[in-house]
Write a protein that binds this ligand. Structure first.
Ligand code: AMP
Ligand code: MG
Length: 424
């Protein structure tokens, strides 16, 4: 039998697929079709860590509110200091942090002052205590001091009315401190995103169940849980759904009735038991279903009622790669964040990387600083899409362009550190 519909040379062509969207177009289509959730909440400052501001925060006060000392030492008039000689001052008081000295410093006088203490009137310069000799209330100050030194000016960190943090900012530990320094106890942030997720596959078993021939434990719900947890979204874990149209329909309906995003894994290839795309087409809308990437080509994206739907592939590495590359930017935009792209750096590749043109590849690598200070990266063993260990050992993706035909050892490559996916 000679069936002309069967491609006689699939092995050298199978990375080109005219139905696949390239990665940039897929990301653009996803980002264009999602918008920030409606709904705000007012949270106590500490609870707002990791949430996204819905409003600009401007400073209600000057920070610091008073001109103060940057050192432990002696506050003097700068004009009194001699450029190249010692000068004797009379000690007239002490200014401590939180306990200012109420008087006014006159020429020839000095005030003992501690870091953070308010500068007394009349003084504009602090001399470090290490540069001073003291006997009783006589203080001898050495040469080479600069008038105005070691003083923190009122408002030098933030001045009244200055924009401190813009809306769309995901709050970091530094931001909490900054907001606290303004005396603000609460902030307004976008409400938490609600995300449902489930695995599909008749071969999947849960922990504690024995495995029969051909069965495997469900790991995708655990990697998904881990990645979603880092974003602090509200999670609805729907477990494992059988490869049956009815079961999928039920799951789709339940998942989308109360959430903003639905994420499934598995069942998106073109196998006999792959019903995800079909079910989405029936109950919602398919935007695209194939991306020219490796791993992760069969990625279904669309809408399910009010919810955004991602049908991720079943292979454990593909789930993680498609999540980081496509789901994460969408979730961050939906959470209200003005989407920053993940950091990409150049590193020297210590491995030869094989690749065929046709798909963007996200190989898994270990990025480190070599002894000579250069950033170097090597791949983590077998790059099969089912080898989750390659992902667990890795700390970055090595990005290989769609048209690349692989690279030789020693070439410079683009690398995306995993740590840049989640802001801290
Ligand atoms: P599928 O996309 O359903 O054809 O699945 C592709 C491959 O991924 C198959 O080898 C599945 O057994 C495997 N797989 C699917 N779902 C999971 C899961 N939740 N955990 C681990 N492996 C899975
Ligand atoms: Mg399956």
């Amino acid at each position: 039998m000679n069936d002309k519909r069967i491609d006689p040379s699939p092995s050298c062509k199978d990375d080109f697929d005219p139905e696949s969207l390239d990665c940039d177009s897929a990301r653009r289509r996803i980002l264009d079709s999602v918008s920030p959730v409606r709904g705000f909440e007012r949270l106590a400052l500490r609870s707002a860590l990791g949430h996204v501001l819905t409003e600009d925060i401007s400073s209600p006060i000057d920070v610091p509110s008073h001109t103060n000392s940057a050192m432990d030492g002696y506050a003097v008039k700068g004009d009194d200091l001699l450029e190249s000689d010692f000068h004797e001052f009379k000690l007239v008081g002490t200014s401590l942090a939180g306990k200012p000295w109420p008087g006014k410093v006159k020429s020839g006088q000095c005030v003992r002052i501690m870091t953070g203490a308010v500068m007394p009137k009349g003084a504009d310069t602090v001399v470090m205590q290490e540069h001073v000799k003291r006997e009783g209330d006589k203080v001898l100050i050495g040469p080479y001091q600069k008038p105005g030194q070691n003083v923190r000016k009122a408002g030098e960190d933030l001045s009244v009315g200055q924009l401190v943090l813009p809306s769309g900012r995901r709050l970091t530990p530094a931001d909490l401190g900054l907001i606290a320094s303004l005396g603000l106890a609460e902030v307004t942030v976008y409400r938490r995103l609600r995300v449902a997720f489930f695995s599909t596959g008749d071969e999947l078993r849960s922990m504690g169940e024995p495995l029969k021939t051909g069965e495997i434990y469900d790991s995708n719900r655990y990697t998904l849980y881990g990645m979603l947890k880092k974003l602090d979204v509200e999670l609805l874990d729907m477990g494992v759904i059988r490869d049956a149209p009815d079961a999928l329909r039920n799951a789709f309906q339940t998942a989308s009735s109360s959430t903003d995003v639905v994420i499934s894994s598995g069942g998106v290839s073109v196998g006999e038991a792959d019903y995800v795309k079909e079910t989405l087409n029936e109950l919602g809308e398919v935007n695209f279903w194939k991306v020219a990437m490796k791993p992760g080509r069969p990625l279904t994206f669309g809408r399910l009622g009010e919810a955004v739907f991602f049908g991720l592939p079943g292979n454990p590495v593909s789930v993680m790669v498609t999540f980081y590359q496509f789901v994460l930017p969408a979730l961050r935009k939906m959470m209200g964040e003005k989407c920053p792209s993940p950091l990409t750096v150049k590193a020297r590749c210590l491995s030869k990387l094989r690749k065929r043109p046709g798909r963007t590849e996200y190989q898994r690598g270990i990025l480190e600083t070599a002894k000579n200070g250069e950033l170097v990266v090597r791949k983590t063993g077998n790059q099969g899409s089912g080898i989750l260990r390659s992902m667990s050992e890795a700390n970055c993706f090595i990005l290989l362009d769609k048209d690349s035909a692989g690279i030789d050892e020693g070439a410079l490559v683009d690398v995306q550190p995993f740590s840049s996916f989640f802001q801290d």
